[in-house]
Write a protein that binds this ligand. Structure first.
Ligand code: ADP
Ligand code: MG
Length: 138
């Protein structure tokens, strides 16, 4: 099933993430695709809110690769693969264990070697100005 949303601000994108966060089960994997500045991190901020984790706990993990957020309905692991150059480094991250029991959200999921057939795929496309199109397939 694919749902498509159009948003016109960062908070609207976060709100779409929040709605998704309300519906996620343990061991969910959310793969995010989209150019730099598309709003992937904003979406994950909303996702954390939907899970009950404090929004200000979710800063951009671009420099740290993995951030963990507890205190919500389910723990959230937020991974940003932007700085990953070699796909073989993905193995070193141990993503399989990371997600267990919680929610795993991965920015720049195109850098993952596998296809993520079991995952929820979130593709964000930049439009004119602040417009974004968010396509959620699950
Ligand atoms: P990414 O993680 O995809 O690189 P970020 O979420 O870090 O993107 O940043 C998105 C940027 O775009 C922010 O500066 C935000 O304020 C801006 N922005 C403008 N319009 C939107 C929108 N509709 N949705 C999300 N972000 C938006
Ligand atoms: Mg980001």
């Amino acid at each position: 099933m694919t749902r498509i949303f159009t948003t016109r601000s960062e908070s609207e994108t976060a709100a779409v993430g929040r709605e998704l966060g309300l519906t996620l089960d343990a061991d969910s994997m959310v793969l995010l695709y989209g150019d730099l500045g598309a709003g992937k991190t904003a979406f994950v901020r909303g996702l954390a809110e939907g899970l009950g984790a404090r929004a200000d706990d979710v800063s951009s993990p671009t420099f740290t690769l993995i951030q963990e957020y507890r205190g919500g309905r389910l723990p959230l692991q937020h991974v940003d693969l932007y700085r990953l150059d070699d796909p073989r480094e993905v193995d070193d991250l141990g993503l399989d264990e990371l997600g267990s029991g919680g929610v795993l959200a991965i920015e720049w999921a195109e850098k993952l070697p596998g296809s993520g057939a079991e995952a929820i795929n979130v593709r964000i496309t930049l439009g004119d100005g602040d417009a974004r199109t968010i396509e959620i397939s699950r």
